[in-house]
Design a protein around this ligand. Structure first.
Ligand SMILES: *Cc1c(COP(=O)(O)O)cnc(C)c1O
Length: 809
């Protein structure tokens, strides 16, 4: 096929012709959406030959590959990402200019693929980009939710959730492969038959659900002659073709079936123990494992070497059913004995732990699990029985210990234990998090399996989070340090040679100003609040959660407001500061929603007070998502990373901000620890309790927040203002927030860290006044952010866990 992107003229002709062919309208009369869709179609067609070649190269080279199983892939938009990775954006841009079409406008038409909640799903998306860009064979496996993460509206200060109809106008990147559909069994019972003196287990399902794959190409960066196009396979649930159940009506059945891939659970960090969620998990796991097994058998004709050629990666515990499912296939369908099946399974699976929050640890009641997945339950029981025999040897006289560490205990299936026992590798996502896992949270497992545990500090794809989202900085860097950092982010370090070059400093300042202006423009257009780009842009964007402590940020703003209004000298020394928040709260998370309302009430008060409105601005941006993040990250001066130490496994927002030159104001939590190690106290604002201190308090039943209420007048004043009508006429509106940090013991140490946070904020505000110095600090952050490219992370996974080799073709 001729290359339609070979030059602008060929592309221009083809583009116009195709719009007319597809839509039957004259090009001049076509809509922006029709043009966007045609461009996407041409790009997808252009990708297809490399897609085919990648799959051939994997088969011919007998390459080992990874299947990355994740319930979430927070992909955002793909057009810009794809045409940049393919190196064809300049040709398209030139042609569009001649056609008087704004390419940026076409790019904005694409709906975000919001198939994830936040950090975990976005990490999976960054990993997809890095795996392909490093030329490694690896595919994503997930669910094609008909509704992605909800769209957020703020009405009268409250969050309102609207269904995300991202598929409504079609999704140009997906290819439906109905010929590769598989049937997934649910309910029913297990029949034990005697075949030649051997017991054979047969699941007799009551219901089948058809899993239909939709493949999305994952285009690697063409740099280094890389042509890799991997696959993100998303499964959609449909009624079976012919095996209709007889115990429910066809209408009822069809509704149940479609429900499986209907909604993404909008809960971050807490687990909803609903049967639909377990159905979703088994559905995409069973379909994905069949996919991997089938591909393997086509090439090798046997599963004996399955673990030598495949890794099934378990992203958090959600896909942990991979373990019993692969066992089932090996034993029931392929006739393996238990021991050999276990050998293959346990050497195929690798697990990443993402959290130590107790409320996020997945447990399924046996009463719910067993009827839904009778054969899988039976196998899980047997895995547990054999494992408990080992535990009994290790802890001969401690039945409680055995019960505590078992996979099934107190009538619950513990998914983390299943994943640990069934995997050859278990990793945490930042050094501190891995240390907490091995020394505290999973200490007993670490003692049992010390070689399985390892750390892989998270990363972000610098292609999206620098090259694409910050063209000003990219241009500047290209000019000053060359383009080597595009493929090796450690070369960003070269910027340090220019640290004291006033011309470069000036350009960095101009870049930051331009990015702040761009964000301010959108905020003014959408929310009617005008921000001054000369003020400090202090930004906290992430899911709303008590442990992330947006409340600490909000309380500090209330304190600042009070102080600015009555302390003349403080006022005179204060550099204007704009506080920007973006966050979605899970729909059932009462406290989180109250904090959103609180921030909006503070914004109302502060922004409309003529005494402070030139000094202090507060904005809560609506519907924070990947595309919004691309505008926000480059615009920050200060990156708020203020979780209670030990609670944030890694964070990745912190890395996006750093790479774009923001200074971290944060606790020593997650990957902030590693940022701090790289830039030092001089180039970050670290404050508050550390993880050990938090742990010590927690072991001893917390602390008494009333002491702080009674001794710190700043804290007392702010807390009183929550409940005395200062912010809203309804004095009860924020009563539960008041109670959380007082009567209820302040579980997340908001008051305890308040004074330290105020001091860190003061230091940051004063530091900003020396713009030259601040710019140097900013440059150091950019220069030392190379470690946080997900290319580094993925190279470590590939070398140390997956053992993958770069494709050659
Ligand atoms: C990076 C990202 C996150 C994760 O942010 P954290 O600060 O690490 O929690 C969440 N949502 C979106 C849209 C992101 O881009």
């Amino acid at each position: 096929m001729a290359n339609v992107f070979a030059n602008k003229d060929v592309f221009k002709d083809t583009f116009q012709t195709r719009v007319e062919q597809i839509y039957g309208v004259k090009f001049e009369e076509s809509t922006p959406h029709q043009r966007y869709f045609t461009l996407g179609t041409l790009v997808r067609e252009y990708i297809s030959s490399n897609w085919i070649e990648t799959n051939e190269a994997i088969v011919e080279g007998k390459h080992k590959q990874v299947y990355y199983f994740s319930m979430e892939f927070l992909m955002g938009r793909l057009l810009t990402n794809n045409i940049m990775n393919l190196g064809i954006r300049p040709v398209i841009e030139e042609a569009m200019n001649e056609l008087a079409i704004d390419l940026n406008e076409l790019e904005r038409i694409e709906a975000d693929a919001g198939l994830g909640n936040g950090g975990l799903g976005r990490l999976a998306a960054c990993f997809m980009d890095s795996i392909a860009s490093l030329g490694l064979p690896g595919h994503g496996n997930g669910l094609r939710y008909r509704y992605g993460f909800f769209e957020q509206k703020i009405i009268d200060g409250y969050q309102v959730e609207i269904p995300d109809k991202w598929l409504q106008r079609g999704y140009v990147w997906e290819v439906r492969k109905s010929n590769e559909s598989v049937e997934i069994p649910f309910y029913g019972h297990v029949q034990i038959e005697n075949v030649d003196g051997k017991e054979v287990y047969k699941h007799v399902p009551a219901e089948y659900v058809r899993a239909v794959p939709y493949d999305v190409p994952v285009v690697g960066d063409v740099a280094n002659n890389n042509k890799t196009v991997n696959t993100l396979r998303l499964w959609s649930s449909e009624p079976t073709e012919n095996k209709y159940p007889d115990h429910i009506s066809a209408v009822e059945y069809e509704k149940d079936v479609r429900n499986i891939s209907e909604f993404l659970y909008p809960d971050d960090s807490t687990i909803e123990g609903k049967i639909l969620r377990l159905k979703q998990q088994y559905f995409f796991v069973a379909a994905g494992v069949r996919w991997a097994v089938r591909q393997h058998k086509e090439v090798y004709g046997t599963l004996n070497n399955f673990h030598e050629k495949n890794v099934l990666h378990i992203n958090d515990t959600h896909p942990a059913l991979i373990v019993p499912e692969l066992m089932r296939i090996l034993i029931d369908e392929e006739g393996y004995g238990w021991d050999q099946a276990w050998e293959i399974t346990q050497h195929s699976c690798a697990y990443t732990n993402h959290t130590i929050l107790a409320e996020a640890l997945e447990k399924w009641p046996v009463d719910l699990f067993q009827p839904l997945l009778p054969r899988i339950y039976m196998i899980t029981e047997e895995i547990n029985r054999r494992y408990c025999l080992k535990l009994l040897e290790l802890y001969p006289n401690q039945p409680e210990k055995v019960a505590e560490l078992a996979i099934i205990g107190y009538n619950q299936v513990r998914m983390a234990h299943l994943a640990i026992v069934g995997s050859f590798s278990i990793n945490g996502v930042a050094q501190l998090h891995t240390d907490i896992l091995t020394h505290i949270e999973m200490k007993d497992f670490y003692q049992m399996y010390p070689d399985r545990f390892n750390n892989k500090t998270n990363g972000i794809t610098h292609r999206r989070w620098l090259l694409h989202c910050n063209p000003e900085l990219t241009k500047l860097l290209d000019k000053e340090i060359g383009t080597g950092y595009h493929t090796n982010t450690f070369e960003l370090a070269k910027l340090e040679d220019k640290l004291h070059d006033e011309r470069v400093q000036k350009e960095i300042m101009n870049m930051k100003y331009a990015r702040k202006q761009a964000l301010a423009n959108r905020i003014e257009r959408e929310q009617g609040v005008k921000l001054d780009p000369n003020s400090i842009f202090d930004i906290q964007v992430k899911r709303l959660h008590a442990y992330k402590r947006q409340l600490l940020n909000a309380m500090h703003i209330m304190y600042l407001y009070n102080r600015l209004k009555e302390d003349e000298q403080f006022r005179a020394n204060f550099h204007p500061q704009s506080f920007i928040f973006g966050a979605k709260a899970a729909s059932g998370y009462y406290f989180a929603k109250k904090v959103i309302k609180l921030i909006n009430s503070i914004a109302q008060k502060v922004n409309n007070d003529p005494e402070t409105s030139n000094l202090l601005k507060v904005v809560f941006v609506e519907n924070y998502n990947v595309t919004y993040a691309e505008l926000i990250m480059p615009a920050a001066d200060l990156s708020e990373q203020i979780s209670t130490a030990s609670k944030e496994a890694s964070g990745t927002g912190n890395m996006k901000f750093m790479m774009n030159g923001a200074m971290t104001i944060g606790t020593l939590d997650g990957a902030n620890v590693e940022i701090h190690e790289l830039v030092g106290d001089e180039n970050s604002f670290i404050f508050g309790l550390n993880a050990d201190e938090v742990n010590d308090y927690q072991q001893n039943g917390g602390y008494n927040p009333w002491n702080l209420y009674h001794t710190d007048v700043r804290i007392r004043r702010v807390l009183d203002q929550l409940v005395n009508g200062f912010l809203t006429p309804d004095k009860e509106e924020f009563r539960d927030i008041f109670n959380a940090v007082t009567h209820n013991g302040d579980e997340y140490f908001v008051l305890k860290d308040f004074d330290a946070y105020v001091r860190a904020q003061e230091a940051a505000n004063q530091a900003y006044k020396n713009r030259k110095k601040w710019t140097e600090m900013s440059m150091i952050n950019i220069a030392r952010s190379g470690k946080f490219s997900s290319d580094r992370t993925i190279q470590e996974y590939a070398d140390q866990i997956w053992h993958l080799e770069k494709l050659k073709f």
